[in-house]
Structure formats: structure tokens, C-alpha cells
Ligand binder design. Sequence first.
Ligand SMILES: [Zn+2]
Length: 383
Amino acid sequence: MRLRFYYIVISAFALMPVTGCKNNSTLQEPDALEVASESEVFLTPKEVEASGIKWTSASEHNFPGIINATGKLDVPPSNRADVSVMFPGFVQSVKIIAGQKVKKGQVLFTLENPEYVDLQRDYLTVRVDYSLARVQLDRQTKLKADNATSDENFQKAESAFKMNEVKYKSLRKKLEMLGIQPDEITAESISSGIPVKAPIDGRISDIHIFRGSHLSSSDVALSIINTDHLHVELQIFEKDLPNIREGQKVIFTLPHHPQKKYKATVHQIGNSIDPETRTAHIHCHLDAVTDGSHFATGQYVDAEIQTSNRERQSLPNDAVVDIDGNYYGLKLIDSTKNNLHFKRVKFELTDKDDDFSAVLLNNKPPEGKFITSGAFVLLRKEG
Ligand SMILES: [Zn+2]
């Protein structure tokens, strides 16, 4: 690349009669580039071919209106779960590591407490009492129909059944909350450890436990975040709000990776203004092409919301050279068999994106042909 540019400098230099300087042996010296400040460039077709100089005319290009915004990646509340335990215990084993993907119902860790044994034993006892009370009540109901039992005996059986039913059902509920299936408990299966399972699909985001740590019912053991529906939550200024519409395209970058661009779409526009920051929230969804698998919630983003489209006569960025805040190009004036004549022109830049510059030449869209590849070297004045 460098070599080619040097070659262009030599060619331009050697063939520029207006300079009156034919000494091109010291091309690295500032003098060599001083030539570039002259407004005319003459090249032979041979030199053009060898140096790779190209030119083109302006074409229509679409420039979106841009609103800059900052924000962060987030998930809806339903896609986030803090895992805590109903009953305190000691962590027996941890089955997952931070960042791991888990399925709903997967065992995350096991918790140990002798009280769990009591609970399961009580349940087995109450289960027996409860079924006996039911048998008793059924019998009394039949006898009562035949007028073969006293009211007192019947009422005794009925209240015994009801008491056992309350105990039985509340213990079942408790066990279910602990993650133990009551119907699967047998005298042999009673265990002091209980599995704690994932309430949602997702990825483990924080782990606050290790083997042996004590968890009380107010502690959060770990968090799970499901990033399947990751949002970009942007903040925009009040003054920009009228220009935002649902469906507008959003390009965003992560601050530590500004060169990698991701796409999203405006999905919902907040209808309240924060009284302190005078900003509104814009809720955006990632486009299908955006791979968000390595994103994390809470990550900050810089975003551009593309608000409107403007068609402009434009040249490739290579054709428009910024010299101290002024924009120049090289326009083809004349081409003969032996000579190509270019003239330096000053543009007015009206729009720019990664590839194209919309420019005006004498307040009009630029007409004619302009050097693209090579213009920088021919125009740029060093220092
Ligand atoms: Zn959403």
C-alpha cells in the first residue's frame, strides 16, 4: 500500500509543470508533498495504470438521520430469577458454575438440614393417620345412614379426618416448596439433602454459595438470567423524542468494542420523561442477525437511532479529502490520449457515513468525475 502511494507522489510530482521543480529524488522530504498543494495534476495514462488511480462520478446515496443515545442491555423481569430457599440449610453440593446454561427444573445445588428429615418423617406419619381417618369417617358415614352410630361418634370421626387433612395437605405443600415430590417419599428414600432446582431456563449469572455455606430463607443463592429476549434500553433526550418511531433501525456498539456494530429495532417508545435527566426510555429488540449469545445484561451500549432517510449525490469517502477541516477533491478536467488533467476543487460536505460523503461543489451536486483511489496522496499536504 505504502509503496503505491509513494509511486503516486513521484508521478504527480514529476509531471506537474506548474511546480517548476523537477527534483524528485527525495520523495520522503516534506518538499515532495508540498506539490500536493498545487491545484493542477497531470498524469499520463501509463502512470494512471501503474499507480492504480481511479475516478468516478457522484451517485445517489441514502443518508439516515441519526440520533445518538446511550443505554444498556437488559432482559424483562420474567426472564430473570433469583434463587433462594424456603427453609434454611447448609449447602451440600453445588452442581453448576457461573455462566453455565441451565434448563428449568435442573438441579442447581443440594441443601442439607436435619429438619428436612423430620419433615419427611412427619409427612409419612400424617399420611398414615390421614388415610386411617378417612376409612374411619367412611365407616361412620355408612353407620349413620343406618342409624347404627351415635352423632357423637360420627362427629369425632369427622373432626379427626379434617384435622389430619389439614396437616397432610400443609406438609405436602411444604415439601413441594422444598422441591421434594411428596408422592415419591418412602421410609427408605428419606434424606437430609434436598435438591434446589432452576425455576427458569437461562444462564447462571451470580453464585453466592459454596459447599458448606449456610443459606437462610432471606439469602439469594444465585441468579439465573435468560437472555433469549435481550433488549436494548436506550435513553434519549426529550428534544429527540418527536423524531423517534417504532420500527426505526438502531445500530449499537459495546464501549470496549466500538468497531463491532450490532443491529436492533425500536420496539416501544416510553411515554414519560424523567424529570431530572429530561430523557425518555426507548425499548429496542435485537435484530435476528445480531448474535447476542455473548452479551451480558447490564452491559452499556452506545447507539445510533436512524430516524429518516435523505438521498444525496455522493462520492466515495476516498474522493473527499479532509485537509484541516476543508474538503478537497480532484476533478477530471480533460483527458487526451497522452494526458489526463485533474484540477483540485473544494467541496462542501453535507453528510457522511462509513462509505460515502455527500458533497456540494459551488452549491450544486458535483458533476463530472473525481479521483477516488489515490486522491488522498495527491491532495494531502503534510504538516
Ligand atoms: Zn422487549
